[in-house]
Write a protein that binds this ligand. Sequence first.
Ligand code: ZN
Length: 266
Amino acid sequence: MQWIDIGVNLTHDSFGPDREAVIARARAAGVAQMIATGTDLASSAAAAALARAHPGVLFATAGVHPHHASQLHASDLPALRALLQQPEIVAGGECGLDYHRNYSPRAAQLQAFEWQLQLSADCGKPLFLHQRAAHEDFIAVLRSQRHRWSGVAHCFTGDAGELEQYLELGLSIGITGWFNDERRGSHLTALVARVPESRLLLETDAPYLLPRDLAPKPASRRNEPMYLPHIGAAVARARGESVESCAAHTSAHARALFGLESQAPV
Ligand SMILES: [Zn+2]
């Protein structure tokens, strides 16, 4: 059985001391391939370098998270385009809108999002999308360029209406360990069964979002990609399918959407 973690923040400082061990533990747990998330220019370049060091196993995204949108200037776009043209970069993002915290002003978020939609489409890369408390603007921006993109709504935590709109737009749905939190993720149990096999993806978003029902919990509270099968098992249960089937179709879809090589080197 093989799993693919489509969103892990492997360049995060908390992985500094033991990054290679984290990757090895994930692979030993059946996570055959991982996509390292880039959240600004520096972390995107670092994620690309990490991917180059683990060919066929690690891939990366290149983009600027809405939190950092005000740091993206027109003069940075050639550098972002150059990153997006690298073969180990399999998606544009993490990009999108986050009005929950508004770390960057909304106007800057919208500008950065539109630039990245354009660049990703120009470079033929799907999108790794983040949205929080900004659903209406997010959908409006995507609709305005609908013919140009494909991608995943990462860490989906929305309601039935949002799910329907995302599916209707052609987006895939990324499920994280948020799903395993009975306090705030329980509404997702019914929704995840409505996502077609051809649109469902799994991610840990590590080091964030440690699955709440993990036992025993690591003392560090740090999430790791090796816990992806734990999320997958819960998702399979909610969908009424076998764990094997869930691993197979989520991996096949990740490989198709992001163009990952079909077999990880042993
Ligand atoms: Zn995110």
